[in-house]
Design a protein around this ligand. Sequence first.
Ligand SMILES: Nc1nc2c(c(=O)[nH]1)N[C@H]1C(S)=C(S)[C@@H](COP(=O)(O)OP(=O)(O)OC[C@H]3O[C@@H](n4cnc5c(=O)[nH]c(N)nc54)[C@H](O)[C@@H]3O)O[C@H]1N2
Ligand SMILES: Nc1nc2c(c(=O)[nH]1)N[C@H]1C(S)=C(S)[C@@H](COP(=O)(O)OP(=O)(O)OC[C@H]3O[C@@H](n4cnc5c(=O)[nH]c(N)nc54)[C@H](O)[C@@H]3O)O[C@H]1N2
Ligand code: SF4
Ligand SMILES: [Mo]
Length: 780
Amino acid sequence: MTTERIDDVWGARTPHPRATAWPTRVDLHLEDGVSEADVDRWVQSACLLCSNGCGCDIAVKDGRMVGVRGRETDRVNHGRLGPKGLYGSTPWASSPDRLTRPLVREGGRLVETDWDTAMGRIVERSRQLLDEEGPLTHGFYTSGQLFLEEYYVQAVVGKAGIGTPHMDGNTRLCTATSAAAFKESFGADGQPGSYEDIEHCDALFLYGHNMAETQTVLWSRVLDRTHGDDPPRVVCVDPRRTTVAAEAERTGGVHLRPRVGTNQALMNALTRELMENGWVDEAYVATHTIGFDDLRSVVAPYTPEEAERVCGVPADDVRRAARIFGEAEAPLSTVLQGFYQSHQATAASVAVHNLHLLRGMIGRPGAGVLQMNGQPTAQNNRECGADGDLTGFRNWDNPEHVRQLADQWNVDPMTIPHWAPPTHVMQMFSYAEAGSIELLWISATNPAVSMPESARIRRILSKPEVFVIVQDLFLTETAELADVVLPAAGWGEKTGCFTNVDRTVHLSEQAVDPPGEARSDLDIFVAYADAMGFVDRDGAPLVKWRTPEQVFEAWKESTRGRPVDYTGLTYAKLRGPSGIQWPVNEEHPDGTARLYADGVFPSDTDVCETYGHDLVTGATVTEQEHRALAPGGRAFLKGAPYLPPHEEPDDAYPLRYTTGRSVYQFHTRTKTGRSRPLDDAAPDAWVELAAADAEARGIADGDRVRVESPRGAIEVRARIGRVMEGAVFAPFHYGHWDPAGTAEDADARQANELTMTVWDPVSKQPVFKTAACQVTRIGG
Ligand SMILES: Nc1nc2c(c(=O)[nH]1)N[C@H]1C(S)=C(S)[C@@H](COP(=O)(O)OP(=O)(O)OC[C@H]3O[C@@H](n4cnc5c(=O)[nH]c(N)nc54)[C@H](O)[C@@H]3O)O[C@H]1N2
Ligand SMILES: Nc1nc2c(c(=O)[nH]1)N[C@H]1C(S)=C(S)[C@@H](COP(=O)(O)OP(=O)(O)OC[C@H]3O[C@@H](n4cnc5c(=O)[nH]c(N)nc54)[C@H](O)[C@@H]3O)O[C@H]1N2
Ligand code: SF4
Ligand SMILES: [Mo]
């Protein structure tokens, strides 16, 4: 098998000058023994292994998915695919341990059964709870990896069928902050920038974003600029010396290395530097923003020297980075988990918007913001509102918005929960812990590995009083604890749409049949709605659709007049050469490259998705307060002082613990762990330590170490070098699932044993990137 993209992650360079098109390069991978001539057919899709959304075709032979090829004509990837896309997209599908039949718990054990029995148990329990105790007993925890149509149906079932506010996605752990930051700054979710901005930018800032490992094809796109004529300078904000950091140094940019958990102090200093040096477009600020004076007073104390004191970043590096931004003609910023999974997540991400707004650098080629997503379909969950948002970027606190949906679904507006903010998943687990949520339906996520403070999550999922339904491709660490397990069809085994970071919508067509009795998530939610007998105001079935395309047509209607306008899209149109960027409507039939080119934002009180929050406390702004501000389409400049993380190092736990990813594994490995080349490249967990911290503890590279926080411990091997002094980095991919037997101790390697049950006050995104820990050597 050729697996060149394992060693050469980004592939051959195709450098090009600024403002010219990114050349194409088609990447292809087929299973051992299969040649292109053997392929029966190619089926149009896009890669589902990260938010980049690379267009691809699936190779089918004898009814099986046997490989993938990048789509040369797709605007996202121009033919390229990265290691996960190439080697991780298909092998899992024919893995012998796929779930092929439903399972139910009998006498403490999960046993195989038929669909009628499994669905019968769900409906019986659900009906009983609804009749006796009402909708607040039901909680839904879904994903960033289902299709748009599946979220939309789930949102309708939860909001208009059951009427529960307890519905969220693992998008809460992933991109809740991206959505929250957009809403606070601009009034509604929606990515301003476009991937083509990489071709035009003259400075590229990456905030807590290890793009080289986590969006590898996008990083190829960056490298083709930084290796071409007139390259941009790169600025990297990361406590580790990642590949991105090395590129920042090579291009004459800066690697800013803040202490883990201190982003906000750094952002305040950068903001202050723009103001002090006159790098502010006063006309733009006056016409298109509100809040300048408040922001100026918030950032006033944050001199570069103060940032040095708090963050450990040399004051001159702060000045250099601010100058690069301040003097750029087309700066592009990307933001991801180093910011989002932190205790001041929304404040720090909003600060990135502030920098762009202060300079009027938004909505123009090269000048823009990419608040990244992580999961391939996180955007769609936010759009459809199966994640604690209201469908179509509507405001749950605006009765007119609720009425629009009630009309569309033909239900009483009072059915749709809107008396309080939708419940975020951290709260949902607390309700399950306390006993008020008694039915928890988990689809396409593995919280036993991916949520913080694992011991607590396992305890809640194991409670006999909570009826847990898990819908997955495999018997995951979470499914093992369920009462009912439903076998789901995955990517390539069903049809649906999804939308990437820069609003590009792709259609992914069914290529093969699902194994055994596995069913699509769409079919499962429809079957549940039917069996429960949910009806609309006229007594007709609430869920009227049977095929993905019918759902898509209904979804489109719910977006009419909203910023997230899909009304001009059809499946037929999406079968063209490339994905298309929303909004797509009569005015923009071929899609829209950038939002806010005219400096007009969806911030009006009647339009916006939220009235906003205080970035420090999370307190909500009321409708009256919002109206009094008279935003009139202007963007908000909002600031917040730096606050220390919830847990600071002390004598017992003197180091700062942070977590993240490796290029070869995706999340809890259910797909990449079933790909030989990917799993061989990263078979077991480890932690990264700085040389000085290792030396002080007598730890050599490769030694086994125990890493302990007040909540738990792991025992893994140490890698020395990349991380800054005082910090410890652990990949979060590894739970106890270990079929190849490559783990030294599969029960003692899960990064989330150590993390905390705390979240950002605005986005409610849990904090995976700060905790205090100690490291000790346990063996060679
Ligand atoms: N290979 C691979 N690619 C993926 C995924 C995967 O699992 N594997 N998952 C996808 C998903 S869902 C997501 S959300 C994205 C995530 O993509 P990224 O956000 O790029 O990935 P992470 O490794 O979680 O975190 C990024 C960086 O944050 C840094 N960091 C840690 N603490 C701090 C801090 O306090 N401040 C700052 N400034 N930086 C800090 C870490 O050192 C790390 O390099 O990746 C997507 N792509
Ligand atoms: N410590 C720490 N923890 C983290 C993070 C971190 O950086 N550090 N990152 C967080 C982030 S950003 C994310 S996105 C989460 C990811 O965490 P999870 O969502 O738990 O990760 P996955 O392993 O992708 O789980 C997806 C599950 O869905 C299943 N699946 C795939 N396709 C389908 C389908 O079509 N239908 C159904 N029903 N199931 C399907 C897969 O088999 C898998 O079990 O982890 C979070 N947890
Ligand atoms: S960059 Fe993301 S979407 Fe593209 S091939 Fe890699 S994993 Fe798939
Ligand atoms: Mo994510």
